[in-house]
Design a protein around this ligand. Sequence first.
Ligand SMILES: Cc1cc2nc3c(=O)[nH]c(=O)nc-3n(C[C@H](O)[C@H](O)[C@H](O)COP(=O)(O)O)c2cc1C
Length: 364
Amino acid sequence: MKKILAVAPMMDWTDRHCRAFHRMLSKNALLYTEMVHAGAILFGDQAKHLDFDLIEKPLVLQLGGSEPLDLAQAAKIGQRWGYSQIDINCGCPSERVQRGSFGACLMADPKLVSSCVLAILEAVDLPVSVKHRLGLDAMNPAQSQNDYQYVLDFMLGICDAGATQLSVHARNAVLKGLSPKENRTIPPLRYEIAKQLRVDVKKYYPHVQVLLNGGLSGNSEIFAHWNDFDGFMIGRAAYHTPAILLAWDRMMETNGQDYGYFLNEQTWRRVQEQFVEYTQNWLLACQESGRPERFQLAGITRHILGFAHGLGGSRLWRQQLSDHRLLHRVKTVEQVRQFFEMAAAHLRIFSDQSDSYIPYQQMD
Ligand SMILES: Cc1cc2nc3c(=O)[nH]c(=O)nc-3n(C[C@H](O)[C@H](O)[C@H](O)COP(=O)(O)O)c2cc1C
């Protein structure tokens, strides 16, 4: 079975424009929405929360919530909208999410999580997955057999209910005293435990795919763990240095080995051309819907600021892409093209003629 390379769900980051951009870099990466609360889908503006561009598929809708019937209903609507998979968030430690009794605190109630998976699977014909942590608060599955067994049982219960993919953020969630940001850096990463959990899960559910998430900084690091997991979910590194996605389709074809990439002129031009067309189409769609104010170029360009990372002239390029005076002047499809072409004019991109292959790590 081919391994999965996924961009993690990230609130306020992996919106539709970000995902469309990531899809231009990798045809087969698994992309996730930001977490959407089931209630927002049932009682809110569905189009606002669920609309996406078909190019984004395969696309996973990540749901937040803890009411099995609400989640099932929201998943059903997600299926009608065209999503490829439904994911349940059992990893978010924020206080707001805790007040709503979902996210990471669901790990304290494994039976409820299994009921959520079951209810969703009864409602839809899509694969269901769960994203979770290695444990809660002071649990230490590296030192305590009880804590290890707890998280293993949590995972087995989810598999028993019918989920086919688990993404393990390989650190605990600390529910009191740490902010969400600190919860992504302070609790120690325990890849070895995640690896062992996968081995134990697969003894009972060999078809279930266990993905490693947390702290992976680039493709060579993914490759270093290639044989230990069924896939990898990358969050911040994919957002801040999106060019790593340029190697992902080849990595999936070559069992991880071909993980370097070369951001040359030809690739830059292809991506820029696609991005210009995408932005022009979005402008036209906003104008045709009678709500031209929905076109906010800054909300699109912010997701690509890391793309020129490591190239000469990238600072000026980023400044132009974030310059509100310039951004506000763009009102027509011609101006969209001029804007991106002018911004890139001073970038020093490796020429097509160069035959040197530069793995990402050496590009800085
Ligand atoms: C800005 C931001 C927003 C996030 N929002 C979500 C979210 O909506 N759902 C979720 O399951 N995880 C969310 N996360 C956690 C990531 O999916 C991921 O688990 C975490 O960043 C660790 O992976 P990384 O080290 O590769 O970034 C978010 C992370 C960041 C940085």
